[in-house]
Design a protein around this ligand. Sequence first.
Ligand SMILES: *Cc1c(COP(=O)(O)O)cnc(C)c1O
Length: 486
Amino acid sequence: MQYISTRGQAPAQNFSQILLGGLAPDGGLYLPVEYPQVSGAELDAWRKLSYADLAFEILKKFATDIPEADLKALVHRTYTPAVYCNARKGDDAAQITPLHVLEEKDGNKLVLQALSNGPTLAFKDMAMQLLGNLFEYALAKQNAELNIFGATSGDTGSAAEYAMRGKKGIRVFMLSPHKKMSAFQTAQMFSLQDPNIFNIAVEGVFDDCQDMVKAVSNDLEFKNRQKIGTVNSINWARVVAQVVYYFRGYLAATTSNEQKVSFTVPSGNFGNICAGHIARMMGLPIDKLVAATNENDVLDEFFRTGVYRVRKSAETYHTSSPSMDISKASNFERFVFDLLGRDSARLAALFRKVETEGGFDLSGKPGSDGDEFRKVAQYGFLSGKSTHADRVDTIRDVHAKYGVTIDTHTADGVKVAREHLTPGVTMIVLETALPAKFNETIREALGRDAERPAGFGNIEALPQRFHVMKADVAQVKQYIAGHTGL
Ligand SMILES: *Cc1c(COP(=O)(O)O)cnc(C)c1O
């Protein structure tokens, strides 16, 4: 399988060649030349597979240059009940992403699919744990090393650190805003004692951290010498790892391929729901893909109007579902490429317009950039948004009706899912985090603390290992060089 750039100006590459990278050299995102198709007979056979075996069947269609025996070993090492052990009481952890039925009424089923049972209690572990094993495997083959450098306001950084801890050939340097993360998130990251993990607490805000990452990435000489890489959400391997749980959710919720299922996905950078789009393009019988946003409603605006308008920092709100607080959706370009019939020249022009004018308009109105918005429905997309008051109400309501505590991001999903129920179609809401991670809002909604999975009881008390630094690019470069010895 070869991969091409959405912007059409980069050479085609295989899976291993794009594994360790981010953007294509022309500034686009990689996608397979064509989506592999899945037959009804395959779906039938896959219904009884374990999660790891299903992941193998799907990934081998995309990672055709990795020997099958190696790929099989990698997924079996990744998707184990020991790694995804934090299931809700009564759910079967061995399922890896167990379904939890909330409601079954008038032919309508409302179901949670738990994606947050991994080590950092958020869905990013689903892909990142595989990425850690794939990176280690690829680096060993090339006898190479990689220094991952990034910035985090919480979920991504901890998922990356838990995936890369102890991996040969890999170090992680992670910037976070000093004293700005929740006590739980801070403890999760800073309590790691692995010598290949470096937590750097920057005296500033998240944007200062991100600016430092950009400044280092723009210094190509430093970047090459220090073998700097990233693990951000545009990485293709992360997207494709997420395709697996859409298949899993569908197969676990149905008994025949005649049945349709819709998914509602709490969305920020469009990585998670982009995987749903790919699963649907492969032939998985998904009815609707519903993007749920919080007050940062870039995606909801597009799916309602056809206008994509990125937000300025002053218009990007800090909300109680912070992992969805985005100003633009970095994976959205992948969907727009398909929506435009894979016309890379037009795609490149639209995303240049995002840089110069802050967006584009596909509504088909006079003066717009095209009329492809009329085709969005063919791809199954719908959307909705939620506010802090909605989240609190939904957490309270789901707890009262079903005795289940959900986190703030999942609450955005449930709120929007309820607006898009169709008789006879099961609605699966992807549960993207466990409530313990966002306890402040749980307390506001329920008047008590969220339950913590075993082993997280008192992580705030564990010894912490981190380095405090000013928001100074020269200093962070010196720190990295001092610890890589390169
Ligand atoms: C990252 C994240 C999201 C958003 O996912 P995208 O792939 O960026 O759309 C939603 N919920 C939680 C808990 C997350 O960590």
